[in-house]
Write a protein that binds this ligand. Structure first.
Ligand SMILES: [Zn+2]
Length: 549
């Protein structure tokens, strides 16, 4: 008790200010440095937006003279959640595009397309995303003819939910110069208007690029969505130059709230941004690394497997680079001082990326924090290779709940031991960071925390959880969504926990996540989101239900 008072006095002497803010009467919950849940019932924030201190339930602290005192009303307060892997502009653009998430059939897709085309008569191209034929009664990919029957007067391009396939109508293929003679490129395939993986570019390159104003609009929209879910930091993946420029404009104009740890899309930005940048705009933006792809995704059978697909034995998926090529790319990025984040889904892709990083570690040491994005299907024999090379597994719990039935089909029953193996990764001593891969999945972190502790979806399926040995504890899940994600972005000295000197980024939520069942955890509502000690988002009171249990 005495120690806390002394610490408080020292803090006040160090930072004498009349506009500090004390939030009292809160149920503060975070993960401590020891990995255990740490509770506190008051938070003192300096007028510089940084944490001065937290006070534990038993602490006898004095209200600093002149401080602005806020009654937290007993609500639960958590550190701001950090999504280690999301596509920020993609989230904004997809929110502004035709939304096909949850389409229940091909007819449903057509109905939504017709309605959008009618509502947007001036759109030169109709772009949409989010369909998933695996959810339809007839699990067949849509075709150009299907789209032509609804819209034939202008181009239509609709992306699959995982971003690894698009379907285009005839007008789009015509605009892109694709004919029946066009050959599938290596690592891709074309069939009846469907473009998979490396073939996507054949049609997507014809889409007129977004204007700067459209990018600005998308970034603003993305921030609104993220703040409403309590996400205060993001590992921004596959960032293009246009995206980066939009982020810079927002930073210059003081419109960047969410902190972005940026990973450039392959080597495309080296000319403009040859090395990692410092943190910009009071730690809102930093170019930190480069993102590569080792393979595709499981849904479109683009994930590169060691053994053939169980439901299509003639293929092992798509290998994007030879070992030598992969090493060259990574070495180029590492030599420029960048962190590297490589997408790998299949066990063969994961093994290749681990080998690449093992070689880099010999030259650059283990603190370059090489990241594998997704790490979905690993050969159990490869998992112990992560920690010695300092490799971080950047994983997305809701991929597991969305993919489990498809994964069973693609892999068969005997290859699931290293699938979405969060607990095995942790037990191996490797570092884990969680995220959502938005907009592939919703950017709401709470269904992810729920999936992480239960291996069940929001409806509680399957009973008992899918491969329940891979569940993690709530502490481990929150750690991966806060401290772990901050570490994965070289930001653990600034964010990820509420400690003296770190930014006062936090959220107030409507329930205590440590006291509810997984289905309730998934439905947690954010009431307020604060960044740098300022409330920048608040749930609009509506019919009195939001603030209730
Ligand atoms: Zn992604």
């Amino acid at each position: 008790m005495r120690k806390t008072v002394l610490a408080l006095m020292a803090a006040l002497i160090a930072s004498p200010s009349w506009s500090d803010t004390l939030i009292q009467n809160i149920n503060g919950i975070q993960v401590g440095t020891d990995g255990k849940i740490e509770q506190f019932d008051a938070l003192l924030i300096g007028d510089n937006g940084r944490v001065i201190n937290i006070f534990r339930p038993e602490a006898d602290y004095a209200v600093p003279t002149g401080a602005n005192v806020i009654d937290g009303g007993g609500h639960t307060l958590l550190p701001g959640l950090i999504d280690a892997h999301g596509h920020v502009l993609g989230l904004g653009f997809s929110a502004l595009q035709l939304d096909l998430v949850g389409t229940s059939s091909l007819d449903d897709l057509k109905k939504r397309l017709r309605a959008y085309a009618t509502a947007h008569p001036d759109a030169r191209w109709i772009l949409g995303r989010g369909w998933n034929q695996e959810l339809w009664p007839v699990k067949q990919f849509p075709t150009a003819a299907d789209l032509d029957s609804v819209v034939s007067d202008r181009p239509v391009v609709l992306e699959r939910v995982d971003g690894h396939a698009v379907v285009a109508n005839s007008a789009a293929m015509k605009a892109a110069g694709v004919t029946p003679e066009t050959k599938s490129p290596p690592g891709g395939r074309i069939e009846n208007g469907l473009f998979v993986d490396n073939a996507i570019e054949l049609v997507s390159k014809a889409v007129p690029p977004a204007t700067a104003a459209e990018s600005d609009q998308a970034l603003a929209k993305a921030q609104d969505i993220l703040l409403s879910y309590g996400v205060t930091g993001v590992g921004s993946m596959s960032t293009s130059l246009a995206d980066w420029n939009a982020m810079r404009r927002a930073g210059e104009a003081g419109r960047l709230n969410v902190r972005l740890m940026v990973y450039a899309d392959a080597l495309g930005l080296l000319g403009e941004v040859p090395n990692p940048t410092d943190w910009l705009y009071r730690d809102r933006l930093r170019m930190v690394g480069i993102k590569f792809y080792a393979d595709g995704a499981l849904g479109s059978r683009g994930a590169w497997l060691k053994q053939p697909y169980s439901d299509k034995p003639e293929t092992r998926g798509l290998q994007f680079h030879s070992d030598a090529e992969m090493f060259q790319l990574a070495e180029m990025a590492a030599a420029h001082g960048f962190q590297i984040a490589t997408h790998a889904i299949g066990d063969a892709a994961n093994a290749q990326v681990i080998s690449t990083y093992e070689q880099l570690t010999k030259k650059y040491g283990t603190n370059r924090r090489w990241r594998i994005e997704h790490f979905q299907i690993a050969d159990p024999a490869d998992i112990p290779r992560l920690a010695p090379a300092g490799i971080i597994a950047s994983m997305q719990p809701t991929h597991q709940t969305s993919d489990r039935l498809m994964a069973e089909k693609r892999l068969g029953p005997n290859r699931l031991a290293g699938a979405y193996a969060w607990q095995t990764v942790l037990k191996s001593g490797a570092k884990l960071a969680f995220g959502t891969d938005f907009p592939v999945e919703s950017s709401n972190p709470f269904p992810g925390l729920s999936a992480a502790v239960s291996r069940q979806d929001m409806e509680g399926q399957p009973p008992g959880g899918w491969i329940p040995a891979e569940r993690v504890t709530f502490e481990q899940a929150l750690q991966a969504y806060t401290r772990g994600a901050a570490f994965a972005g070289f930001a653990e000295d600034k964010i990820g926990s509420l400690e003296p000197g770190k930014w006062a980024d936090f959220v107030i939520v409507d329930r205590d996540p440590t006291k509810v069942d997984p289905q309730s955890l998934a439905r947690t509502q954010v009431l307020e989101t604060w960044i740098a000690g300022k409330k920048i988002w608040e749930r609009a009171p509506s019919a009195g239900t939001e603030r209730g249990r």
